[in-house]
Design a protein around this ligand. Structure first.
Ligand code: GDP
Length: 296
């Protein structure tokens, strides 16, 4: 079994490619979770579930394919603006999760119930049970990552990124078991700062990873991330925007990194292939390449 560390866009593509090729479990970032209109939204967990259930909107890489937005639009008409554009079907997931949490389920157990409902066989595990919130420090002050990225379209200058509550985050029994039982850990092509750093910052995760074979797939090609604000955030954290900068973000944990053809990185073994996933075939090809790298 392979253990993946995932955010909500790059890695889910790879997970879709890995489905059916090899057993895996996924530890998912929860530092972008947010309460919206009374419901707990876990953007990265939901994207992983929807990707593996084959219902993700893979144009936007969030939400459910062909969803409608009647409730969101009606709320807007009433003068209530939601921090994220929530689809009607997607909202049902958030309502169900919140009801499960209210009746005593942990986030781990609520996620298990949900992914089973969607017919997903792979274990999908939140990185921790505690609330952690990614905040972007800008000249205007501190803002939630969703405010920065969705409402403000990533425009404000970024001075720093912090994970509020991370010092209280404990590794769960399930995450510990999955990492210990895995033959290798793959850090997928996700935002190193907002998706992977929070997972690595949960108590004891780094210690466990040091005992495993760990490889990463770069979310950066050349000197640019494939998509999203990773570059701006890496720079704010003092990292080079390059595959080497990605290696540095993972502070001594990596045995190898998979980079794009023509790219390089220092300090670890480097494997080169086309790491851009434009379609299902690319996803499958990259997943097979990773199995080759791992000798599986
Ligand atoms: P988020 O939670 O929505 O921010 O999603 P992730 O952190 O999982 O993924 C965002 C990262 O995925 C970005 O930094 C992108 O550069 C990277 N990414 C997206 N698509 C691809 C792709 O096809 N190939 C690679 N190598 N990286 C990708």
């Amino acid at each position: 079994m392979i253990c993946f560390l995932s955010g909500g866009t790059g890695t889910p593509k790879l997970l879709r490619g890995m489905k059916g090729l090899h057993d895996f479990a996924v530890v998912v970032n929860t530092a972008e979770d947010i309460w919206i209109s009374g419901n707990k939204v876990c953007p990265d967990i939901d994207s992983v579930i929807y990707a593996l259930a084959d219902i993700i909107d893979d144009e936007k890489w969030w939400g459910i394919k062909n969803d409608t937005f009647m409730t969101h639009d009606m709320l807007n008409m009433l003068g209530f603006s939601e921090a994220l554009r929530i689809g009607d079907k997607d909202r049902a997931t958030h309502i169900f999760r919140t009801e499960l949490l209210k009746t005593g389920h942990s986030l781990t157990s609520a996620t298990r119930e949900l992914r089973k409902c969607f017919g997903v066989q792979q274990e999908i595990l939140p990185m921790c049970e505690e609330d952690v919130a990614t905040k972007v420090i800008t000249p205007e002050g501190e803002m939630h990552f969703q405010e920065f990225w969705v409402r403000r379209r990533g425009e404000p200058e970024v001075m720093d990124v912090v994970f509020r509550g991370i010092e209280k985050a404990e590794i769960t029994e399930d995450v510990e078991r999955v990492i210990k039982n895995s033959t290798a850990v793959v850090i997928g092509p996700s935002n190193p700062v907002t998706s992977i750093m929070p997972i690595l910052s949960v108590k004891n995760v780094k210690n466990l990873l040091r005992k495993k074979t760990v490889i990463a797939v770069s979310p950066v090609i050349g000197s640019k991330p494939v998509s999203g604000p990773a570059g701006k955030l890496m720079r704010a954290k003092g990292y080079d925007i390059s595959p080497s900068g990605v290696v540095d973000c993972y502070s001594g944990l990596l045995d190898a990194i998979v980079v794009h053809e023509g790219d390089n990185a220092g300090g670890v073994d480097v494997f080169r292939t086309d790491i851009l996933m434009k379609n299902r075939e690319d996803e499958r090809r990259l997943a097979s390449f990773i199995l080759d790298v791992l000798g599986i």
